[in-house]
Design a protein around this ligand. Sequence first.
Ligand code: ZN
Length: 102
Amino acid sequence: MTPPGEPLLDSPDGEVEKPRKRYTLDDMGFNEVPKKYRRFYRRWDGPSDELAPNEALCPVCKVVVRSTRELRPGDRIYCMACLTRLRVVAAGGGRLEAVTEY
Ligand SMILES: [Zn+2]
């Protein structure tokens, strides 16, 4: 079960999942969403800010969306800061990127 507020909405259909690494999220003081969702977001520090495997940058508002599970290409996530649905894509070099989903 997905915990309430978890930004990871959905993973690709029919995918046989290898176990995903799980992450414990700390509240990093992101105050643009209600308190109980704060741990799922953090501010982005710019291009030198390395994202963890459970993090994706929202291309719309440049906020880092964080999941309690490792993210994979095809995952759908939700940015509560700007109310945008995003899809995780491979960006090359093992990096992940989030793109807007319509
Ligand atoms: Zn956003």
